[in-house]
Design a binder for this molecule. Structure first.
Ligand SMILES: *Cc1c(COP(=O)(O)O)cnc(C)c1O
Length: 294
């Protein structure tokens, strides 16, 4: 039996309009609070895969990710809570000391299998894994089922003119686009440098080919998991004003970008914006102590 108890009754919506200081209504949907480990968008993305694995009586899930992957640790925890096994194919040689992310994944019973960066890019399932027994989930939960799970977020968040989120694989943005009403728009902030295939990756997940969405590529701060002192300073200022922690890989870049877009009057006066806090806070543990004030 599938348990839906992983899902919260409701999601905290915080008004942060005063931080951005413009005549628009800015709300933040705190998906980071839905579960301590299966943070943010990952719970919604994983749900359809978990349901499928249970329905087809799979032993578990096999998936892919790096040493700090929110998706890896979320999959490990969700599978464990669902009574499923999990196998993580991890990018790079096994280090002497596992990252806290991978240690936690192991604590949740995930079997880790390290592959060289070159082999990782082939996204092959190693021979020891019985592919009949394990459901394959793509890196980051990318895919139509993932986008379907994300569409459920709409049940928790208020009506708005714009929904804004950080973009990795684009599955979250695609799910949001699929749940839009005609007058609404979705805005994605790509956290990678020059990820030119992103729009096509997203289009593959859309139910209809809308044009009511935009991706910005200028807020990567050097690329995936890269940061600058300016980004770190922004995250601390944002926390000091709003009490909301962000992560340096996704949501810090998102909230910074929102500031720039709002300041440049990208959003029309009087509009309401919901920013999706997609979680990922565990990734901050890779930063030296004292970098962040939270
Ligand atoms: C995985 C992740 C994303 C990216 O989601 P996609 O659906 O891959 O675009 C955004 N924010 C956080 C915190 C994440 O962990």
């Amino acid at each position: 039996m599938m348990t839906n108890s992983l899902f919260p009754e409701k999601i905290l919506i915080q008004n942060i309009s005063s931080f951005y200081k413009k005549d628009i209504d800015v709300l933040m949907a705190r998906l980071d609070q839905v579960h301590p480990v299966i943070s943010g968008n990952k719970l919604f993305k994983l749900q359809p895969y978990l349901t499928e694995a249970v329905r087809h009586q799979k032993k578990g899930i096999v998936t892919f990710g790096g040493a700090w992957s929110n998706h890896i640790v979320a999959t490990a925890a969700a599978c464990s809570l669902q009574g499923l096994s999990s196998i993580g194919i991890i990018r790079g040689e096994q280090p002497a000391n596992l990252s806290p992310t991978l240690r936690k994944a192991m604590d949740y019973g995930m079997q880790l299998h390290f592959v060289t960066r070159e082999n990782y890019s082939k996204k092959e399932i190693p021979g020891f894994v019985d592919t009949h027994e394990y459901l394959r989930v793509e890196e980051g939960g990318y895919g139509v089922p993932g986008a379907q799970g994300i569409a459920d977020i709409a049940n928790y968040i208020p009506h708005a003119d714009y929904y804004c989120c950080a973009v990795g694989t684009g599955t979250t943005l695609a799910g949001i686009i699929n749940s839009l009403h005609p007058e609404q728009r979705a805005i994605g902030i790509s956290i990678m440098k020059g990820n030119t295939s992103l729009a096509d990756q997203i289009k593959k997940l859309l139910l209809h080919q809308h044009s009511n969405w935009t991706i910005f590529h200028d807020y990567h701060f050097g690329g995936y998991a890269k940061k600058t002192p300016e980004l770190v300073a922004f995250m601390n200022t944002f926390y000091a004003h709003t009490n909301i922690p962000t992560d340096f890989i996704y949501t810090g870049k998102l909230c910074y970008a929102m500031g720039e877009l709002i300041a440049s009057d990208f959003f029309s006066k009087g509009s309401r914006i919901v920013i999706i806090h997609s979680g990922g806070l565990q990734g901050n543990s890779s930063l030296p102590n004292g970098t962040l004030i939270f």
